[in-house]
Write a protein that binds this ligand. Structure first.
Ligand SMILES: N[C@@H](CCC(=O)N[C@@H](CS)C(=O)NCC(=O)O)C(=O)O
Length: 337
């Protein structure tokens, strides 16, 4: 068949125009994968192994979104981003969602044109030092050289902390944590500062991890969570309820092992969560098996926590404030009803 060149161009233009006006969900469905912005390699949160397989607490949120929207937790393209690149990549549409140990703050949630969909890890900023300095508290850090990564909340909190405590310090800034941590390890700084979970991860990469300690002071709130662009409420809802599905599954005792038996459960909440009753998925723009797939393929929040950062992983993080609300923690999924 002879194709009219002009007609062909018109069709391509129309297709591009459709894509440009499409919602994020339509784009993702059209392309067949979720483009997820992640950290360049933060153990426990997002890291690729030598075969290119990504794992981590943040990675699991990306996978859960793909399971909900596309039916398979494997349908994710991971885009590693530095702290500096992350928000531009989301704003420009290069990624569909950012799940990259990113702190929810007022400015990011407003001025940057972004929306935080929730919190997948409640953290706080702290300091790592050599044990032989004999320090007990960050208040004793007067005059210290502090290695820090730029374009982070960390850098600002650091300044606030020293200002509030009327102490001198010398910031030594880097664009990537790998170089900041290497400089600290080489003795170019007395202190490395970051989120506590990140400090636990980076400590393991040092030449002699046991020579270093994390000071007990927590100088900030760092609620880390997935972020989307302003202006696409459906996608915001999907990402938010994906996270809630993982938390609600834990709350209801549904996990990747028992999810098939749980389909027989008499609990109305479990039945709605698993799509046996109600139309939860349809209201989100997907099918009613969305949360079943998240739980079956990725697991509930507790499973993800234990597998990636919990006490039996090298990171050895306690659940602490990351417990569910009913266990005394801060995670509180909104009602599935
Ligand atoms: N949560 C803070 C800090 C983020 C953060 O910790 N960034 C660094 C320190 S671990 C990081 O992810 N580095 C990884 C990299 O440089 O690739 C924020 O949102 O600004």
């Amino acid at each position: 068949m002879k194709i009219n060149k002009f007609f062909g161009l018109a069709i391509s233009a129309a297709l591009i125009a459709t894509t440009a006006n499409a919602t994020t969900l339509e784009d993702v469905q059209h392309l067949g994968f979720v483009n997820c912005g992640v950290s360049d390699g933060l153990f426990g949160f997002s890291k690729a192994d030598t075969n290119g397989k990504w794992t981590g607490l943040d990675v699991d949120v990306c996978r859960a979104i793909a399971a909900a929207v596309l039916g398979s937790a494997e349908k994710v393209k991971f885009t590693p981003l530095t702290d500096k690149e992350r928000f531009t990549a989301l704003q420009s549409g290069e990624v569909d969602v950012l799940v990259r140990n990113t702190t929810w703050t007022l400015l990011r949630d407003t001025a940057l044109g972004l929306n935080f969909a929730g919190v997948n890890y409640y953290d706080g900023q702290s300091f790592m030092v050599r044990k032989d300095l004999g320090l007990k508290s960050a208040k004793e850090l007067s005059g210290a050289a502090v290695c820090v990564t730029t374009a982070t909340t960390t850098e600002r909190n650091l300044a606030d902390f020293f200002r509030a405590n009327a102490k001198e310090y010398r910031p030594v800034t880097f664009e990537s944590s790998i170089t900041a941590v290497a400089a600290y390890d080489a003795g170019k700084c007395d202190v490395y500062t970051s989120d506590r979970s990140a400090l636990a991860a980076w400590r393991l990469t040092l030449k002699e991890p046991d020579v270093h300690m994390i000071l007990p002071d927590v100088i900030s709130k760092e609620p880390l969570g997935p972020v989307v662009r302003h202006g696409d409420d459906q996608w915001l809802d999907l990402v938010r309820w994906t996270l809630y599905a993982m938390l609600e599954a834990e709350e209801q005792g549904v996990n990747s092992k028992n999810v098939d038996q749980m389909k027989e459960s008499k609990s109305p909440v479990v039945r709605r969560l698993l799509g046996i009753e109600g139309n939860m998925g349809k209201h989100l723009g997907v099918d009613n098996g969305w949360a079943y797939r998240i739980i079956k393929q990725v697991g509930n929040y507790a499973e993800s926590f234990e597998r990636n950062v919990g006490p039996n992983t090298p990171l050895r993080l306690q659940r602490g404030v990351n417990k569910l609300w009913k266990d005394g923690g801060l995670h509180y999924p909104m009602p599935f009803r």
